[in-house]
Design a protein around this ligand. Structure first.
Ligand code: SF4
Length: 362
């Protein structure tokens, strides 16, 4: 086995000698030497292995608002990294060079979990984000890194499509402190046609995260003109959201820009995001945000008790802070749900690519 290849737990040996990966609903059937759709899980030596353990496609310190998380340690820096491969095949993917990479050799930094945790601490990051590609496909590496981070007092954030089966899901999120789950659309047709996936497992993951875990949850929907932005679909999604996740889970609507295999679709007009936000708020959702556009009001947090500005934002910058240390509104005392500290971080909008080797020698 290569040094980046490790055994995994979530798979089944089939009567015909093949193996089935049980990590995500694709349930890839693999014969010896074959790789799954995600490309990083494969059948070697009669078992399913992960081939990207300890290999990363690069690191960057970002504002936590960029994940996006609006109610989790606002203003703080997060060390973001990803590996290669993905278990969905979204035609609009904005990270396709990573998610569709089949070149594990181009993964630049060798990074054992403890080294990432040490680097995060050295950089002053409060959390590590498993992002760029879905941590579901590098589950074992993400969990080991999150455990190393916990030992250093660093939290972990999964940025995921939530397309995962229940058992691996339990393992992944037991190690996480926060998650941003992509709800790509509210139609199975979209998931099948545009992502080669299915809607129901994602809804199940969202419901489970909200009700069965203490992971701080936020949701993102990238609105693509003509594909997932109709009034009917947004109404139905908002109804489901209010019924299953309740009014306090933040929902981010973000703007699409043409990418990968969807170069013909237009950019999302800001008015579409504003309309989506209004629909969601009309269904009782209290924290609905816009992203990837200039919209300070749509990105700021208003107190649900008195309507005062609780957290002002302009893009990734915090421009106002009117919360008590425990996250209560300074005006009326209403609790803003989330994970807050007495003061926000001051990282700002900076994006800083880093080389791990310079920060945390092996
Ligand atoms: S995680 Fe990868 S190998 Fe496993 S079922 Fe999903 S796509 Fe297939």
């Amino acid at each position: 086995m290569a040094s980046s290849t490790v055994s995994t737990r979530h798979w089944t040996r089939l009567p015909d000698g093949e193996v089935r990966c049980d990590v995500c609903p694709r349930a890839c059937r693999l014969s010896e030497g074959q790789r799954g759709l995600c490309f990083v899980r494969a059948c070697e030596g009669g078992e399913v292995v992960l081939t990207s353990f300890g290999r990363s496609s690069g690191y960057c310190v970002d504002p936590i608002e960029k994940k996006p998380l609006a109610h989790f340690l606002p203003g703080t820096p997060v060390l973001s990294f990803g590996t290669a491969g993905c278990n969905l095949a979204c035609r609009f993917c904005q990270n396709w060079d990573i998610s569709k990479s089949r070149e594990l050799d181009t993964l630049s930094d060798e990074a054992p979990p403890e080294r990432i945790a040490r680097a995060a601490r050295a950089l002053g990051c409060r959390s590590v984000a498993y992002t760029y590609n879905d941590p579901v496909v590098f589950l074992e590496y993400a969990v080991a890194t999150a455990e190393a981070c916990r030992a250093e007092g660093i939290r972990s954030v999964a940025v995921t499509a939530g397309y995962v089966l229940p058992e691996p899901r339990r393992e992944l999120f037991a190690a996480m402190d926060a998650a941003n789950v992509d709800l790509k659309a509210f139609s199975d047709r979209f998931y099948r046609k545009v992502c080669s996936g299915a809607l129901e497992p994602v809804l199940e993951t969202l419901h489970w995260l909200r009700h069965e875990t203490s992971v701080w949850l936020e949701v993102t929907t990238l609105l693509i003109p003509g594909e997932n932005d109709s009034k009917e679909e947004l109404e139905a999604a908002s109804r489901w959201f209010a019924d299953h996740l309740g009014p306090d889970v933040p929902w981010h609507f973000s703007a699409f820009h043409p990418d990968y295999r969807m170069l013909d679709a237009p950019r999302t007009p800001p008015a579409t995001l504003t309309r989506a936000r209004e629909i969601a708020r009309a269904h009782g959702l209290r924290f609905v945000y816009t992203g990837n556009v200039y919209d300070p009001e749509g990105q700021s947090t208003r107190c649900p008790g008195c309507g005062a500005l609780a957290i002002g934002r302009d893009g990734y910058e915090i421009t106002a802070w009117n919360l008590e240390g425990d996250g209560r509104c300074r005006g009326c005392g209403a609790q803003i749900p989330g994970v807050f500290e007495p003061a926000p971080g001051s990282w700002g909008a900076r994006r800083r690519p880093v080389r791990l080797a310079e920060l945390a020698p092996a």
